[in-house]
Each structure stands twice: as structure tokens, then as C-alpha cells.
Design a protein around this ligand. Structure first.
Ligand SMILES: Nc1nc(=O)c2c([nH]1)NC[C@@H]1CN(c3ccc(C(=O)N[C@@H](CCC(=O)O)C(=O)O)cc3)CN21
Ligand SMILES: CC(C)C(=O)C(=O)O
Ligand SMILES: [Mg+2]
Length: 271
């Protein structure tokens, strides 16, 4: 969807992309530095994901992440972009008890951060929450298939929408569209199932490990840039090796400090 004519990405650009067969790109971002870089590079939307749990705060899962933790990160990202559409990810425990709680949490994102939309997990089970948030004028990105906040119920990082599971995936997809979501993330579903969802829905679909037939693609930036330590999901393609870049820099600087090469006169104050 990269297009110099567009000043700010809006929900209508997501819909136009679907209708015109144009691809949408998204990355997660948790800070102003990466947000500004990705924005200027033409990434269409930035998700301030609760994957900050793994990638910023050092938890094993996203479950401990709170709204109070994500709000300052989302404010930093929203404040750094000129074009990209910024989505705040509703953390576990901020929307499940019902539409009132969900709307309250969505209001916090919109009033305290400058985000342009919120995302929440769940299809049929979250439809009433989506409906209420949308009714207040807040765009909602839905998220179905593998939903990390329910990984213990799902039994781990398990591909969803396989075999008979495609019926549940379709029911979830239709439920979020009917509830008013402007787009839906499909995480870890077979490419053919994601194609069926994309063909049946009017709203755009965003793949996270859901194959090539969706309207858009989204990845966790630290996986994509080679910064995540340890195992990364097999659906990730790595586009840089920042771990290596930073390791080399740390070693080179250490060697220079030890040898006395750093700081030189140009890095020291005189007089
Ligand atoms: N760094 C990072 N990347 C992610 O994609 C991500 C997060 N964190 N945190 C929140 C969720 C959790 N997600 C995950 C995490 C792990 C797998 C994974 O390991 N998948 C394996 C297969 C399943 C398994 O054996 O555990 C794979 O090879 O794809 C998948 C999605 C996606 N999200
Ligand atoms: C993986 C994406 C969809 C997400 O929800 C996150 O980064 O938190
Ligand atoms: Mg998330």
C-alpha cells in the first residue's frame, strides 16, 4: 500500500487495499526509535503488541502484560509516526469480562496514547466487546486463529483452522466482521484456510503465519530483524541480523576501550 500521496493511513486504506488487491504491511513496534524508522520506510501499520511481554519486559508469555505497561509504549510509538496507522493491543485481562470493561480499556488507549485503533483477541467470544468499542467510534482490529493470550487453553503454539477447525475459524471471522471490525489478524492458520476466510469476508485479512493469500502481512519486528534470542516461529523470515550487528559493535568497542583506542581526542573535551 506504500503510496506517497497518502498522508496518513486510515481504515479506508485498509478497505481499499482489499478491494484493489494491494498488499498491506505491518510490524510490531514498542518504542519511538523503531517506530520512526518503520514509518519512514513505508510500513503501513505498527502494532504495539502485547508481545512486548516477551520482547521488552522479559516474560515467557504475553499473559502478565498490563494496560499500564502498554500505554507508555503506545504513546511513544504514536508520537513518532507521521504516516503509519498505530494499533494498541488490548492485553489479557483488559476486555474479557464484558463490553463495558473492553470499552473502558479502549478509551484508555485512545485518550492516553494517540493510537488510531485497538486490537483484541477472540472471534465469537469477543464479538460483543468489538461491537461496543466500534459503537463508540473506535476502530477495532480483530485477531483469530492462534490467540497467544489463550495458549494454555489451546495447548501451546498450535496451528488453528486445520481440518474441522476451519468451521470455527470461519465462524470467528464472520462474527468479527459482523461486529464491525475493520480488519482481522489470522495467526498460525494453514494458507488455504486463510484464503477461504479472505475470500468470504469483505474486510481485509492480515496474516501472521497464515500464508500469502491474505490482504496484508504482520510480523514481530524483533523476530524479523534477527534480534529475538532463541527459537523463533517458523513462519518468520529474517530480514536482518541485529543480534550479530550489536554483538560485533559491543566487542569492537570493548577492544578499543581496553587498547586505549577509545576515546580518541575527537571524543574528548579539551581545555
Ligand atoms: N517474539 C515473538 N514472536 C511472535 O510471533 C510472538 C511473540 N513473540 N509473542 C506473542 C506471540 C506468541 N507467538 C508465537 C510464539 C511461538 C510460536 C512457535 O514457536 N511456533 C512453532 C510451532 C509451535 C511450537 O512447536 O511451539 C513454529 O515453529 O512456528 C508461534 C507463535 C506469536 N507471538
Ligand atoms: C503477533 C501479533 C499479532 C500480536 O498480537 C502481538 O505482537 O502482540
Ligand atoms: Mg498480541
Amino acid at each position: 500500500m506504500a503510496d506517497a500521496v497518502i498522508k496518513r493511513v486510515r481504515t479506508r486504506h485498509f478497505q481499499n487495499a482489499k478491494e484493489q488487491g494491494i498488499k498491506i504491511t505491518g510490524l510490531t513496534s514498542y518504542d519511538m526509535l523503531t517506530a520512526a524508522i518503520f514509518d519512514q520506510a513505508g510500513i503501513d501499520f505498527l502494532l504495539v503488541g502485547d508481545s512486548a511481554g516477551n520482547n521488552v519486559f522479559g516474560y515467557d508469555t504475553t499473559l502478565p502484560v498490563t494496560l499500564d505497561q502498554l500505554i507508555p509504549l503506545t504513546r511513544a510509538v504514536a508520537g513518532a509516526v507521521k504516516r503509519a496507522f498505530v494499533v494498541g493491543d488490548m492485553p489479557f485481562g483488559s476486555y474479557e469480562t464484558g463490553p463495558d470493561e473492553a470499552l473502558h480499556s479502549a478509551f484508555r488507549f485512545m485518550k492516553e496514547t494517540g493510537a488510531h485503533a485497538v486490537k483484541l483477541e477472540g472471534g465469537v467470544r469477543s464479538a460483543e466487546q468489538i461491537r461496543r468499542i466500534v459503537s463508540a467510534g473506535i476502530p477495532v482490529m480483530a485477531h483469530i486463529g492462534f490467540t497467544p493470550q489463550s495458549e494454555h487453553q489451546l495447548g501451546g503454539h498450535v496451528i488453528q483452522g486445520r481440518g474441522e477447525g476451519v468451521e470455527q475459524l470461519l465462524a470467528d471471522a464472520h462474527a468479527v466482521e459482523d461486529a464491525g471490525a475493520f480488519a482481522v489478524v489470522l495467526e498460525m492458520v494453514p494458507a488455504e484456510a486463510a484464503k477461504r476466510v479472505t475470500d468470504e469476508l469483505k474486510i481485509p485479512t492480515i496474516s501472521v503465519g497464515a500464508g500469502p493469500h491474505t490482504t496484508g502481512q504482520l510480523l514481530v519486528w524483533t523476530d524479523w530483524a534477527g534480534l529475538t534470542q532463541g527459537r523463533i516461529p517458523s513462519f518468520v523470515k529474517q530480514y536482518a541480523n541485529l543480534s550479530q550487528v550489536l554483538t560485533d559493535a559491543a566487542k569492537a568497542w570493548t577492544a578499543d576501550v581496553v587498547s586505549g583506542a577509545y576515546p580518541g581526542p575527537e571524543n574528548s573535551y579539551q581545555g
